[in-house]
Each structure stands twice: as C-alpha cells, then as structure tokens.
Design a protein around this ligand. Structure first.
Ligand code: SF4
Ligand code: ZN
Length: 262
C-alpha cells in the first residue's frame, strides 16, 4: 500500500475509524523519514454534528503534530449537506454527500501535493458495500473495489484502505484502549435504510456463524479477480464541467450539482 517516501493524505472525519487510522499511520510513518502525512477533513455542513468531529480531528492532529487541512462543501460546491437533505432530491442525503466527499478529498489531496489518499473503511463497511451493490443490481462494481485502488490512467491519486480487513469491533477496542477521543454520535442524515438492514443482517450472521464477514470479504475478492479479466473498465474522458476524469460527459458530482441547480 505504501512506499517509503509517500506523502499520505489521510481522510479524517473525527470518528473512531479515521482517528485510529491517523494514530496508526503516524506511528508507522515515524520509521520512514522521507514520508509525510497530512490530515484532511471535510466540513459537509451538518449542523450540530460536524463541528464536534472537526474539533476532535483538530485536537488529534495538534497532539500528533500533523498538518490538518479542512475543506468545506460550501466553499467547493456552494451547497451543504443540510441544504441538499432539505431539498429532498429523490436520493438519500448520503448519496450526494458521499460523491461530494470523494471529490473534496481528492481536490484537497492534490492541493497539498499528496501521493496517496488513505481512508478508514473497515471490514464491516466493505462487506456492507459489496452486498449493497448486489442489492442495487450492480455486482460489477466489485471490479473497482479493494484495499488499493489505482487508476490505470493515473488521473486519480491512488486510494488505500489500510483497515480494509479489520473489524469495526477491533477498531473501537483499539480506540478505547489507546485513549483516542472520537465522536460517538451518528450523523442526523445517516438513515440509509438498506445499508442499515444489511448491517443488521451481517451482524446477526456473524453472531451465529463467526467468520461470516471474512468469508464474504474473501468471496468478493475472488469474484473481483475472476471478473477483472472479463470486464474491461470503460475508458475515461474529461468531465465537461470540472475536468475530472469520468466515463461520461459529466462526472457524478457535476451531474448532481446540475440537478441541484435545476
Ligand atoms: Fe454524509 Fe450520510 Fe455520512 Fe451523514 S451519514 S456525513 S449525510 S454520508
Ligand atoms: Zn465534473
């Protein structure tokens, strides 16, 4: 995942996963004098929720002596998650928020000169995402999924997920044992009903049949490797509006911004 001289942009939300990742990578990075870490936080504009998380991220970075960059949806896209949620646009607030976050983190990482982006997705997130894609009828998405994502055309920074096969429970345990202060409350918009149902189902299965999450993860990896040769990735061109790489005329974020403006 990492080279000895990487400049890693870590996406830090202020939750248990991202702060654990920050602490772990800072420990690791100390052994590599030519590497560098910058923490990136995104202010989505969620009243009563994001401010506390940003403050926790700021304090952790100060304690670890890490540069901390905060970018906001308001300044990048002219609209906050609270506002898109209030517009009831037909998709869940998370659908917009997730697309904007990927773009915001990418922009900030390029801005600071990072060579890789590290995100704190864990085993539970990964398994839920694979099943979610299946239930959305989009199983081929698994081809573009994994702990390391590299753009063959080198237009996106490589994205790594160091906690890819670490369970949420272990991360919480690590955070408690090492005294990491993290945000415990849930986002007020985070009610993706299908993901919540999948989370409940997978947790029940894990309880009854320990090892289920790893089995699902490994099954998805096998499927991905088998499909990788059969499915050719669509060639990317440039988004007509923002210039980002996309297989379509407009990138996903610009499609959403156009719908919002309409
Ligand atoms: Fe955004 Fe959804 Fe996460 Fe809330 S739960 S921060 S709306 S992606
Ligand atoms: Zn675009």
């Amino acid at each position: 995942m990492l080279e000895y001289n990487d400049h890693i942009a870590i996406a830090v939300s202020g939750g248990k996963d991202s702060l654990t990742l920050l602490y772990l990578l800072v420990r690791l990075e100390k052994r590599f004098p030519r590497s560098k870490i910058t923490a990136i936080s995104v202010d989505e504009g969620i009243d009563g929720y994001r401010d506390e998380a940003l403050e926790l991220a700021r304090r952790a970075c100060q304690r670890l002596e890490i540069e901390h960059v905060v970018v906001s949806y308001r300044e990048l896209f002219g609209i906050t998650t609270d506002e898109t949620a209030a517009m009831r646009l037909g998709q869940t607030p998370c659908a917009y928020c997730g697309v904007f976050r990927r773009k915001a983190i990418n922009k900030a990482a390029v801005m600071v000169g990072a060579t890789k982006i590290a995100t704190a997705h864990n085993l539970d997130d990964q398994v839920q995402t694979v099943l979610l894609n299946m239930l959305h009828g989009d199983p081929l998405r698994v081809v573009r999924w994994g702990p390391v994502l590299r753009d063959p055309h080198r237009r996106f920074l490589p994205r790594i997920k160091p906690l890819f096969d670490i369970s949420e429970k272990e991360i919480v345990l690590y955070a408690y044992l090492t005294g990491i202060e993290f945000q415990g409350v849930m986002c007020p918009h985070g009610h993706d009903a299908l993901r919540n149902d999948i989370r409940g189902f997978v947790n029940q299965m894990e309880e009854k049949h320990p090892g289920t999450k790893f089995t699902l993860l490994r099954a998805a990896e096998r499927l991905r490797d088998l499909l990788a040769d059969a499915v050719s990735l669509t060639a990317l061109s440039e988004c007509e509006r923002c210039g980002d790489p996309t297989p379509h005329r407009l990138c996903e974020a610009c499609v959403m911004l156009t719908a919002i403006a309409a």
